[in-house]
Structures are given as C-alpha cells and as structure tokens.
Design a protein around this ligand. Structure first.
Ligand code: PLP
Length: 401
C-alpha cells in the first residue's frame, strides 16, 4: 500500500498517537471484550470476574431465558438472515409482529423498525426534513440525531441544554410558513437527566412544530410500566414521532419509530435505510419482541431498577461526588480531566468494578467522567461495594475528602 503523506494520514496518526499514549501509560480501557456472562450483573473481562457498571441493559434482560428461547426458535424457523430489504423480499411475518408489539407498547397506531438506533435517527430526520425546513435540537442530543440533522440539509438550530426559554427563542426565529421539527433525547445519554418534557410539548403546540423524542434511555426506565417519558409525566400521546432503540433495555439490536399510521406508511416508502438496507435478522427481531413482553410480565424489574438507581445516586452524592442532574440509571461521576477519569477507571477495574470513562469530544472538556450505570440485575450489596471502590479511587485522585 502506498504511504501517502496528506491530511488523511495526519488525522489517522494524530488519533493513534493519542490512543497509544494512553495505552503505554496503562490507562486505556476501551474495546475490552467480555468473555463470559456470570449471572446477575457479573461478567468475565480479562480473566477477572467483575460487577458490570457500564451496561445499557437497564432491566437486566441480557441472557433472559424467554428472550433467548425466542431467538433460537426464530433461527429454527427462518434461519439467520433474510432475503434482503424489507420493501422487497426481506419482510417476515415476524417483523410485522414485532412492529405491532412496539406500537402496542408505545400506545401508537403503528411502528417501523430499522437495523440500528443510529441509522433510525439518521434516516428518519433526513427523510422528514430537508432544504427549506428547520430542525431544532438540544445541544446535548445524541450523535445520531446531530448527524441526521446535518445530513438532512435543513436549517439546523441548536438550543442550550434543557433550556426551554432558549428553545422558545429558536422557535420564534423560524419565519412563518416553514416546517419545524423539534428533537430531543428523553434521558440524556451522557448526563442521565430528563428533558423538561411538559414545557417542550407546550412549546411545540404553541408554535406548530413536530416533536420527535429519542427514548433510547427511557424505555424500561421511565414510567410505572416502563413505557417511557409520556407515561412518566402522564402525557400519553404528546409525542408525534417516538424513536427508540432495540439495543439497550431491549437486549437485541435495531431501532424503531412509533407513531400515526400515515407517518409510518410514509417512512416505509421514503426512508432510505428501510429501502436500501437489509431487514433485521430473525433472531434479533424475535428477541426484541419477547423483551417487550417480558417488561410487561415482570414489573418487579422496574421497581428494582428504581430502588437501585436511588441507592446509587444518593450513595455517590453522600460520598461527595458531583453527579450533575441525573435522576436515572445513567450516573456521571465527574472527574474533570481525561487523565483523572482514566485513573479512576483503572482503580475501579483493578477492584473488579467495570466502569468506563467518557472524555472529550463526547463530553465538554473539563467534564470528563466515569459514566456509570446501574441496572435491575444489581444487588444492593454489589452497589454498595462499587460505591466504596469508587470512593477510595476518588480519594486517591483528590476528587473527594
Ligand atoms: C444508543 C443511542 C442511540 C443509538 O442506538 P443504537 O441502537 O445503539 O444504534 C441513539 N440515541 C441515543 C440517545 C442513544 O443513547
């Protein structure tokens, strides 16, 4: 291969130099494989059994027997792949059953699935808005939303995180007669805080804007039965475009939109990721469908998640940590510099607590953190142990007294 000296090579070398620097210091923790599930929230990593505190499996459904069985059965019935894209030969009755299950769970008329949450945001935002339209997005929205907005070609307006006055200013900025789409995470993926949903809904109605909410971190987490942010606020039917992923609480892979029949029918015929990318594999579709059923059949999981979340947030705060404004299962432990975040990670993992650091540019510089998560699979004693480990690491690194 030719060795070309240009901007591409420089970019590759600059990133790899940063990575190698942390690897040499023994402070690199990304891309570590889990080699075995050990039951509950225990996993085997690097030959050590650890408590998993970085999982998105909020209700502890990875490995659930009913979900595993559904996946196996689907393979026996349909094989491991499909005959292509949904529009042509790739649709299975299983896909329609999954979409009906999602529509029922989200209390909408219909739903459509895609092969990832990332792709769902990319394709749906860029299908719904384009040149001549306006898309208005919270500054801390997930990367897939940001990328969808940029790809759409619509005027892309961002507002200060969770600041509804700033949102209203943006809405007022749009000249009359233009289509407007407001998009937000329900629970923010790095900070764990919840959007001011009632006010956002009110503003969208006042200014005739469409509202799209990304429920990646609220399905199975918010609401008495885990249905998400509308249930949490008692505002069923307030969202026009309900987006979610099948890769977090739902232990599969894929993404979906739930909404009115007209909207879903339009997306089936206009969104490029549906038309030009293969259908969800049978095992993953069946697992996702079974998981929605398990959430409703085993409500104790949501109760346990809520208890564990309270224990974790309160315990870390009592120990002196800054956890920002989280009220959910995503708990940032602010460290400041990248290096402190990496040192905290090392100390935790050396004591068999699997947490991971998040550093800039994923979060603002100076707000590097452990991004810890708690799930329904944890036992109170495991949470207490993890908090003590994080506390000792925090003391060594001057974060707490
Ligand atoms: C994880 C995530 C996605 C992407 O979902 P995948 O299914 O992992 O592609 C989208 N939005 C938010 C807010 C997320 O946290």
């Amino acid at each position: 291969m030719a060795s070309i000296q240009d901007a591409i090579s420089e970019r590759i070398q600059a990133m790899n130099a940063r990575v190698n620097n942390f690897k040499e210091l023994g402070l690199y923790f990304y891309n570590q494989p889990v080699t075995e599930l050990r039951g509950g929230a225990r996993v085997l990593v690097n030959g050590r059994e650890m408590g998993m505190f970085a999982s998105y499996s909020y209700l502890g459904l990875v490995g659930h027997p009913k979900i595993n069985a559904a996946a196996r059965e689907a393979i026996d019935r349909y094989g491991t792949g499909t005959h292509g894209v949904r529009t042509l030969a790739g649709s299975l009755s299983l896909h329609r059953e999954l979409e009906q299950t999602i529509a029922d769970f989200k209390q909408t008329e219909a739903a459509i699935t895609y092969t990832s949450g990332y792709v769902t945001n990319l394709t749906v935002v860029s299908t719904l808005v384009g040149r001549g339209d306006y898309v208005i997005s919270d500054k801390l929205n997930h990367a897939s939303i940001v990328d969808g907005c940029m790809m759409s070609g619509a005027k892309f307006l961002r507002f200060k995180h969770n600041d509804m006055e700033a949102l209203e200013q943006r809405l007022q900025q749009v000249p009359s007669g233009y289509a407007k789409l407001v998009i937000s995470d329900s629970v923010f993926s790095m900070d764990g805080d919840v959007i001011d949903f009632p006010k956002m809904v009110e503003l969208c109605r006042k200014y005739d804007a469409w509202l799209m909410i990304d429920e990646a971190h609220s399905v199975g987490v918010l609401g008495k039965t885990g249905r998400g942010i509308e249930e949490h606020f008692g505002m069923e039917g307030a969202i026009d475009i309900k987006m979610g992923t099948l890769s977090k609480t739902i232990p599969s892979v894929g993404g979906y939109i739930a909404g009115k029949k007209d909207l879903i029918e339009y997306l089936r015929h206009a969104s490029r990721a549906y038309i030009f990318s293969a259908a969800l594999p049978p095992a993953q579709a069946a697992a996702a469908k079974a998981a929605f059923e398990v959430i409703l059949e085993e409500p104790w999981r949501i109760e346990k998640l809520n208890k564990n979340t309270q224990q974790f947030i309160n315990g870390l705060k009592e120990r002196g940590f800054d956890t920002l404004f989280t009220t959910t299962a995503i708990v940032p432990v602010i460290c400041g510099s990248d290096e402190i975040a990496f040192r905290m990670t090392r100390a935790a993992q050396l004591n068999d607590v699997f947490v991971l650091p998040v550093v800039s540019p994923a979060v603002p510089p100076g707000l590097s953190r452990l991004r810890a998560t708690v799930t329904a699979a944890h036992e109170p004693a495991e949470i207490e142990y993890a908090m003590d480990v994080i506390y000792r690491a925090g003391k060594e690194n001057g974060l707490v007294n």
